[in-house]
Design a protein around this ligand. Structure first.
Ligand SMILES: [Zn+2]
Length: 222
């Protein structure tokens, strides 16, 4: 059984991937990961470090990447909220659009509120010439913001803590870029030949980060 699995097209494709320039390396610096059987993996395979056991589950998207053969690909797992429902901002690529906003402590503040405040501060100096401006500008700015953003469903995400890229683990939800914006769920952590951390997201997206680079972990609320 194992022998047949290791000779399967998926395993062969992963072997080729691991011999090429895009091979997954161990974040611990032990070199290229090897293809191993794994009963827990949806494809029956994983990439593993023989030095420390660090592993990258070979999910269907990874095998798809290795084979570029769409025929055998099943549905990939998707990001879910704590209660098991899909986040409002879930996008086709598996990442989650999050409401733009600034956070005060643990409370996210909508960027619409900031748009209204910005309009107010811009309108106040003009009040002598147009007394109604400070009154109408903020709601107008808020309306405009609402019109611009309502077509795109988004989830509410709250930044919880900063973690070095090398210390992230499977299942954690993170900001893909910086302190705000889209969110993804880590499906595996590997490294490339240069020692940079390869963060694989649920859905197949990959991010390259320096090992010590701080990444915001988030809690998705809607
Ligand atoms: Zn290792």
């Amino acid at each position: 059984m194992t022998r047949r699995l290791m000779q399967s097209p998926a395993a062969q494709a992963l072997h080729r991937l691991q011999q090429g320039p895009a091979a997954y390396h161990c974040p611990g610096g032990h070199g290229v990961l090897r293809v191993w059987p794994d009963a827990e993996s949806p494809t029956g395979l994983r990439l593993a470090c023989t030095g420390c056991g660090h592993g990258v589950t070979a999910d269907t998207k990874l095998v798809e990447l290795a084979t570029s053969d769409q025929a055998t690909v099943e549905m990939a797992p998707e990001v879910r909220l704590a209660d098991g429902t899909a986040p409002e901002g879930l996008r086709p690529d598996g990442t989650v659009r999050a409401t733009a906003g600034v956070q005060l402590g643990n409370m996210p503040v909508s960027s619409g509120v900031w748009a209204a405040l910005a309009a107010l501060s811009a309108a106040v100096p003009l009040a002598a010439a147009a007394p109604a401006l400070p009154v109408v500008a903020p709601p107008l700015a808020y309306l405009l913001w609402k019109l611009c953003t309502r077509r795109l469903p988004a989830s509410q995400a709250v930044n919880t803590q900063r973690t070095p890229a090398a210390e992230l683990t499977t299942g954690q939800q993170i900001r893909l870029y910086g302190t705000a914006g889209p969110v993804g769920e880590v499906s595996a952590v590997g490294a490339d030949a240069m020692g940079r951390i390869r963060l694989r997201m649920v859905g197949g997206m990959e991010l390259l980060r320096k090992p010590g680079q701080q990444v915001w972990q988030v809690e998705l609320r809607t």
